[in-house]
Write a protein that binds this ligand. Sequence first.
Ligand code: SAH
Ligand code: F3S
Length: 475
Amino acid sequence: MISKTLDVKKKNIRISNSKKFTIVSYGCQMNVSDSEVVASILKSIGYIYSHNISDSELVLLNTCSIREKAEQTVRKKLESLKSIKKINKNFKVGVLGCMAERLKEKFLEEEKIVDLVVGPDAYRDIPNLLKEIEYGNDAVNVLLSKDETYGDINPSRFNTNGINAFVSIARGCDNMCTFCIVPFTRGRERSRDPKSILAEIYDLVENGYKEVTLLGQNVDSYLWFGGGLKKDFNKASDIQKKTSLNFSKLLDLVAKNFPKTRIRFTTSNPQDINDTVLTTMAKHDNICNHIHLPVQSGSDRILKKMNRKHSSKEYLNLVNKIKKIIPDCGISHDMITGFPGETENDHLDTLNLMNKVKYDFGFMFKYSERPGTLAARKFEDTVKEEVKQKRLSEIIDLQLKHSFENLAKYIGFNSNVLIEKESKKSHDHWCGRNPQNIMVVFPKENFKIGDYAVVKILTNTSTTLIGKAIKNYKE
Ligand code: SAH
Ligand code: F3S
């Protein structure tokens, strides 16, 4: 490794000629998981991960396009990288992920600092693209794939606590919710070979990981029949159909093979989750009792305009079924306010639905028009910004109230917690999650990260349970 020190504006800035790289991930967990795949690819050609951007020769931003604000955050980051590029000509900037896919070659024109643009299905091409940059050529690959799942690549977990890991089981989305950019940026749905999923989890467990979260845009619609797009399942041979593996079978397989490992999964689309998934969850102690079940709106009229495939009544029936089969199941949601044409009545329907479900927590957003989506083409973004904001505040307030009430019910009871990290607010406290995915904070005592603790809950806020550990509950 050769490195030299330049005196720039009287500040010592170290510029390294070694092949160090950094990846910054924005947006969903899938991006975190993809960044680990990219890190593995870069390592295989001699790059070394660094936490420090100004120390790196290559910085990759794994971007998100889900809302305009997410894209603005990335553009601001690009702006901030300009000062490094000015003093280090070797410093290369790449954009990966959904914004790369959405903007394609345009990215190179719009953001002069960008050297490399790679879409979510083209990461294997990064070594070649890096060579193209060296030759002074444009380096863009945004081809989407029918069967790329990166199943054979063992992700390099460069930013890990050694306890929790994401395991990607499917890519893409065929649902075409009218507001959503994901089907355009991540392509059609395809599932990963279960053998490679099990092999990855085996490796994680061998290395001391205690919890895996199975990831997919719609995990419940996982379907392995030998590879290829999910929409081509009907064209598969009889033997492929007979030996196919759906999500509940995969979940069962994972839970059985790794009985000491906590299993989570996300995200569940209400239209795909079925009874067998619920009974499989109920059957296995190591599958965490939490379902993230985005609903987006409580109004049937809006759900239809969003191309969601269920009514509010069907959704509520599903919630009741979950509570019947898994009585202590945590349920969370995603909600959008101000979808085109949303009236005050539609908004009231959303508040009503929330009052019926009483979610444990949720992620709530103002509608953000995404170019090229069906909603952007068909519907005008009519709801005024102040109205979107007011409705958003109302649903957030209601959610905080429900969260507080739900969390207060834990007081006096014990929760099983896997210790993940130090509490942000206190060096003397650990922080972990209970099976319902609620944060639990308690004094460290003799426990360490990765331990399982039984914590007696003493008090709560609307986001956190606070208690005292009474014993280890495993090993
Ligand atoms: N199934 C996916 C959903 C991805 S998007 C998953 O893996 O989570 C996450 C959430 O962002 C969606 O559930 C939706 O609530 C929100 N979202 C998507 N597109 C949006 C838009 N155009 N404006 C505002 N919120 C949006
Ligand atoms: Fe987006 Fe709907 Fe798929 S929210 S990711 S199109 S399920």
